[in-house]
Design a protein around this ligand. Structure first.
Ligand code: HEC
Ligand code: HEC
Length: 297
């Protein structure tokens, strides 16, 4: 009996030691990833002509920046899942705790379209992959709008990773957007709104739809805490039989043609403030993407 207990003790001890070693490896590796600096990435191209009004429209409606950075731009907590991460969006204004007093336009631009801070470290969770194609004029507009915001006095703690989040980073399952877009060149010129499908593709990308519904837009459990439903299939195999009107009503009222009330994680309350032309273009584009079964990213 005593021998059995001794063996069990040794096995348990070994498991604890192994677990501790794994923990240290994951901790060290994830820290190294988070602290890594990438070579100074220049802004994709010189900023274009900014319009504060256009910037406000992108910040509050098209790109839903307000969902994380709040409507005053002062940021704050937006996801509290300690096992995964405690997420705080930074204060983007020039108030105390904000980046506006020290960031140049190029610094803002590198953060937004490239996902890199001025010190070369990479932003986490901030969806720069969606914004890398943002036109020079639209990027300039967003920055002009951020600079026009009244200063907010709010110090937000940095993103704090939990054990699961660290594991995902150490194993490269959770990638930095800066790394995903490292090879992308300067953004192509923005398509004119008359070219509905191309314009819809542009709005869909900078609208962040692919960040949750997947690069191929077929949905699945791609982002967010575990209690959030999987993102829906937006390819023709999913919502393809909806009429334009049904699509518009779903996104402006938060209720789909089957009467299903959309989960609040789906940011329809900001998306609904896109212009009719923008929403129509998004649906025109969605109808052209290859159909895919649900949940295939
Ligand atoms: C899903 C939430 C989310 C959305 C949407 C989002 N951000 Fe962020 N943003 C973050 C988080 C989180 C960080 C901080 C990341 C970190 O510290 O690693 C961040 C960082 C930034 C930074 C860099 C701040 C710094 O400390 O260097 C800028 C600038 C910024 N965001 C602007 C924007 C703009 C403009 C938009 C919309 C076009 C936007 N963000 C949309 C979550 C978001
Ligand atoms: C933050 C993540 C997120 C973003 C960004 C996002 N969605 Fe969603 N979306 C979801 C989730 C999750 C659902 C499923 C909601 C539910 O089942 O209640 C959903 C549902 C939908 C639906 C309803 C489908 C149905 O069958 O009822 C439509 C339409 C939709 N999204 C379109 C879009 C478009 C267009 C964009 C970009 C402009 C977008 N979404 C951006 C997460 C997101």
């Amino acid at each position: 009996m005593r021998r059995v207990l001794r063996v069990v003790g040794i096995v348990l001890g070994a498991v604890v030691v192994l677990a501790a070693i794994c923990f240290v490896i994951v901790f060290v590796t994830s820290n190294r990833e988070v602290d890594a600096r990438v070579a100074a990435v220049p802004p994709p191209s010189p900023l274009g002509r900014g319009s504060v009004e256009r910037g406000k429209h992108i910040f509050t409606a098209v790109s839903s920046c307000v969902v994380c950075h709040r409507s005053d731009g002062g940021g704050g907590p937006f996801i509290n899942a300690p096992a995964m991460a405690v997420l705080n969006a930074p204060n983007l204004t020039r108030g105390p705790g904000g980046i506006g007093a020290t960031y140049s336009d190029a610094d803002y631009d590198r953060a937004i379209r490239r996902g890199v801070r001025p010190d070369g470290t990479r932003l986490l969770i901030m969806p720069s992959w969606d914004y890398v194609v943002m036109s020079d004029d639209d990027a300039a507009s967003v920055i002009a709008y951020l600079r026009s915001l009244p200063p907010v006095d709010r110090v937000n703690p940095r993103v704090k990773l939990g054990p699961v989040g660290r594991m995902l980073i150490a194993t490269h399952k959770l990638q930095f957007d800066a790394t995903r877009i490292a090879d992308e060149g300067p953004p192509p010129p923005p398509p004119p709104p008359m070219d509905k499908v191309a314009y819809g593709k542009y709005i869909t990308r900078i609208g962040g739809c692919m960040g949750c519904h997947g690069v191929h837009l077929s949905g699945g459990h791609l982002a967010g805490p575990p209690d959030v439903p999987p993102a829906s299939n937006l390819t023709p195999a999913g919502i393809g039989n909806w009429t334009d009107v049904q699509f518009m009503i779903t996104l402006t009222k938060g209720k789909d043609p089957n009467g299903h009330v959309l989960n609040e994680f789906m940011p329809w309350r900001t998306i609904r403030d896109m212009s009719d032309a923008e929403l129509e273009a998004v649906y025109a584009y969605l109808k052209t993407v290859p159909p895919r079964p649900d949940g295939q990213g």
